[in-house]
Design a protein around this ligand. Structure first.
Ligand code: FES
Length: 115
């Protein structure tokens, strides 16, 4: 338990980049909510692994450095996510670690996109 924070950046579907303070030990869904990073419909199930709206896309390097590997439940849920990538994770399942300082994480275009 520590109150140490790192700074991460979220690239939103609009192309806007938002800096966010991330507490080590929190998950990335909490970080987005606590920093009022507004993404429509994000985190709809409040981290209970029942939706896929907390979908985030990482770089390959970042993806490899995330200490916790996805569970089968997370992978099943990710399969339902719009715009799935090889380096996709669900934000509510990814815990913030020190190494994430300065990371740029992409919030993919969601189902609300009308293309
Ligand atoms: Fe629903 Fe993460 S918030 S799966």
């Amino acid at each position: 338990p520590s109150s140490e924070t790192v700074t991460v950046y979220f690239t939103l579907p609009s192309g806007e980049k938002k800096a966010a303070k991330a507490k080590i030990g929190d998950n990335l869904l909490d970080v987005i909510l606590e920093n009022n990073v507004e993404v429509e419909g994000f985190g709809a199930c409040e981290g209970t692994l029942a939706c896929s709206t907390c979908h985030l896309v990482f770089s390959q390097d970042q993806f490899n450095k995330i200490p916790e590997k996805p569970t089968d439940e997370e992978l099943d849920m990710l399969d339902l996510a719009f715009g799935l990538e090889d380096t996709s994770r669900l934000g509510c399942q990814v815990t913030v670690v020190k190494e994430m300082d300065g990371w740029e994480i992409t919030v993919p275009v969601g189902t609300a996109d009308a293309r």
